[in-house]
Every structure is written in C-alpha cells, then in structure tokens.
Design a protein around this ligand. Structure first.
Ligand SMILES: Nc1ncnc2c1ncn2[C@@H]1O[C@H](COP(=O)(O)OP(=O)(O)O)[C@@H](O)[C@H]1O
Ligand SMILES: [Mg+2]
Length: 327
C-alpha cells in the first residue's frame, strides 16, 4: 500500500429500492459509477458537483458508513472491509445539516457526552474540549445551550465533535450548506487551521467559490462520474484563459447588438439569457479588446445598461465541464 490517505479503485454504488405494496417493483439507482482517485496525506481534496451527483454516497462509502457495490477503498493504508474498526478510530466526519447535537445541553456538555461515547479519558477530554472550542471559534459560548446557537455555530460544534478523538483524516459533507455567509467564512477558517495542523481533509460542496478557495485539488462529479480532476488553477487553464464580458441590454437594442456580435463569431462564444425586460449577453473570448471595441458605440449611445468584464471563474469552468458532459 502506498502512502495515500485515500485510495479508491473503480468504486460504484447502486441503490436498489422497492416500490409499491402488492407488486414489489424494484428500482435501481446508479449513484456512483466507477470512480477512482487518490488523496495525498495533508491534502485538502474537494468533491464538487450538483445535487444528486453522488457526493454524499461517496463520502459515506469512504467513511465506512455504506458498503460499496463494487470497487476497493483503502483509508490510511488500510482496507475498508478488513480494517473497519481501526479506520473508524482514525477518521472523523460531519454530514451537512446533520442533527445529533443535544439542544438543551451546553456546547461543552455536548462535547463531553460524545467524548464519553468514544471512550476518551476524562483528563484528555477536558483539555481537548477547550482547544477544540477555541479552534472552531466558540470560546465564550461553551456554557450556552446549543438550541440558542445559529446554524453556523451548530455546524462548527459538529466539526469540534468530529475532532474529539483527534482523527488524522476528516470527511466534511457540504459543511457550509445552509449557513449564513459570515458563519461559512468562519467555518472555512477552521478548515484551514486543520490543514495547517497536518490533517487530511476531503470535503464536498456544490459551491464553486468554496472549492476554489479551499482545495488543493478538486474532482468535479456529475451523475456518479468524475468528469474532471485537477488543481483549481489547472482546471481554469484547461478550458482556456478566457475573459468573460457580460452585457445587459434592453429588448430595443438587442437585435442590432446581436448583428454586430455575429461578425466576431470566430473570436467568441456568446450566450443569451433574459430576465424581465433585460437581456444578458455573456461573451467568452480570448480577445476581449476586439469585443470591447465593438461595444464602444453602444456604450456611447447609452444603449447598454450594464457591462462587466471579468476573468473566468471556477463557476464558468464548472458550467462548461458539466455542460460538455451533457452533449
Ligand atoms: N439511500 C438511498 N436509496 C436510494 N437512492 C439513494 C439513496 N441515497 C442516495 N440515493 C440516490 O443516489 C444519487 C446520489 O445521491 P447523493 O449521493 O446523495 O448525491 P449528492 O450528495 O451529490 O447530492 C441520487 O440520485 C439519490 O437520489
Ligand atoms: Mg449530498
């Protein structure tokens, strides 16, 4: 076995569900279809994909909570089927929107309760709880009941709970889902702290910006398959260093602008969308100067309502890759 924190080969999961009462029809869903990847020690690896892509199913298999239909998984050099208990001692996990905290208990008592459940020694527990509450930014609130916490604070307490037994490898399934922006930022800061302390983290998200900010490498998944896997910057390069120009124009000027843009067809990829009375034109181009020159007269005549020029973001890459898949 190599020194990877996670190694998977041809991992698949099919769910078979029964429907109906008299005629028990069965339906099978291929949630994960033949995925293979490695995660290095100390890496922050992201699985990015839309709802239903198979992210949670993958994380559940990797964290020993769900058996694969086929394929192999090795966690910290250990086989998932042969060394399940040993693996569980060395990993931690949280699932997005997870329940399981006791609202009537304080943050500290929740952690104490779970520490006892894990069989941790009380003298270790006391010190670790203080450290963990500090790390997730809940110092000062340790005696407050968890039911008074915001969703972001609860999510951070979940993270602290997952870290009680000091795991080497941590799985975070959509850690920032349903949290306000400030709470999400604080949670991302806690994740960065963990990486700085040498932990390995696999996180799933459907937020492109989050994956780009945090991850060393990203696997983009769609319909149970990995459709791209690389560093955020290489993923961006893969579909070209393009500039995105977004133009808002009213119905009146749309046609004449379209006619102009068609002339520069070879330089750009143009998409049209409309919301209420404003039409948005998104132009992806490697020669923004030429497009902007063409837009000049429209700007002078004030027939453009909005103009934004930006570099390609992770979101553009994501959309391009997922759309490419569908074709
Ligand atoms: N326990 C289950 N039984 C049947 N189908 C399931 C079950 N869990 C997930 N699925 C299906 O598997 C697919 C992938 O789901 P999931 O892994 O939860 O995706 P994601 O986390 O990326 O949103 C979906 O089509 C989902 O409906
Ligand atoms: Mg999920």
């Amino acid at each position: 076995m190599g020194s990877f924190a996670i190694e998977t080969r041809s991992l698949s999961k099919t769910f078979v569900t029964k429907r109906g009462f008299w005629r028990r029809k069965t339906k099978s869903t291929l949630a994960v279809e033949d995925i293979s990847f490695n995660v290095n020690q100390g890496e922050l690896f992201g699985i990015l994909g839309p709802n239903g892509a198979g992210k949670t199913t993958t994380v559940k298999m990797l964290s020993t909570l769900l058996l694969p239909t086929s394929g192999s998984i090795s966690i910290l050099g250990l086989d998932i089927l042969k060394n399940t208990l040993e693996i569980r001692k060395r990993i931690g996990f949280t699932f997005g929107g997870a329940r399981g905290l006791y609202g009537r208990l304080s943050a500290r008592d929740n952690l104490r309760y779970f520490a006892e459940l894990y069989g941790l020694a009380p003298e270790i527990t006391r010190k670790r709880i203080v450290e963990l509450l500090e790390m997730v930014g809940l110092t000062g609130r340790e005696e407050d009941r968890v039911e008074t916490f915001s969703s972001g604070m609860q999510q951070r307490l979940h993270l602290a709970r997952a870290l009680l037994h000091n795991p080497e490898l941590i799985f975070l399934d959509e850690p920032t889902v349903g949290i306000d922006p400030v709470g999400a930022r604080e949670l991302r800061a806690a994740i960065k702290t963990l990486i700085a302390r040498g932990k390995t983290i696999l996180l799933t998200t459907h937020y492109m910006a989050e994956a780009e900010e945090l991850c060393d490498r990203i696997a983009i998944v769609n319909k149970g398959n990995i459709v791209a896997m690389d560093t955020p910057s290489s993923l961006k390069v893969r579909i070209g260093r393009e500039t995105v120009i977004e133009v808002d124009v009213d119905q009146q000027n749309l046609e004449s602008l379209k006619i102009q843009l068609v002339k520069l067809d070879h330089l750009s990829k143009v998409e049209y969308s409309a919301e209420k009375l404003i039409n948005r034109i998104s132009i992806h181009t490697s020669e923004p100067e030429n497009i902007l020159r063409l837009l000049g007269p429209f700007l002078q005549a004030k027939s453009i309502q909005g103009l934004e020029v930006r570099n390609q973001t992770m979101e553009d890459v994501y959309v391009a890759i997922i759309q490419g898949e569908k074709k």
